[in-house]
Every structure is written in structure tokens, then in C-alpha cells.
Ligand binder design. Sequence first.
Ligand SMILES: [Zn+2]
Ligand SMILES: [Zn+2]
Length: 59
Amino acid sequence: MPEKEFACTQCNSPEGRCSCTKYCTLCGNLEGTRLVEDGYYYCGECREACDYKTQDEMS
Ligand SMILES: [Zn+2]
Ligand SMILES: [Zn+2]
């Protein structure tokens, strides 16, 4: 089964092609934000706190 590719909810593009402003959905941080499964960006701290995984952490 092919892995589901995470896509940005704003532009429907995967992280590599997304050109939206990638601020953390929870705290507004712009540093180190990554797309997670729900289609939003989160900074490292918030990903850790909420146990969100980026695409490359899933496999
Ligand atoms: Zn986007
Ligand atoms: Zn954050």
C-alpha cells in the first residue's frame, strides 16, 4: 500500500512544493516548522509535545 503523502491544507501541495508561510499552528513560531499528518505546520517543540510526526518520521 502506498504511503499517504502529507499535504498542506492551504495549498494542497506536499511540503516540498508548498510555498505558504509555514508558521506553527499552535504557537506561531516560524523556526523549524514541519508539515504533519493533519496538514498543518508545527514547530519542533509543539510536535514533540503533541507527538506529531513529519512524513519522513513515519516510515
Ligand atoms: Zn501550502
Ligand atoms: Zn509551536
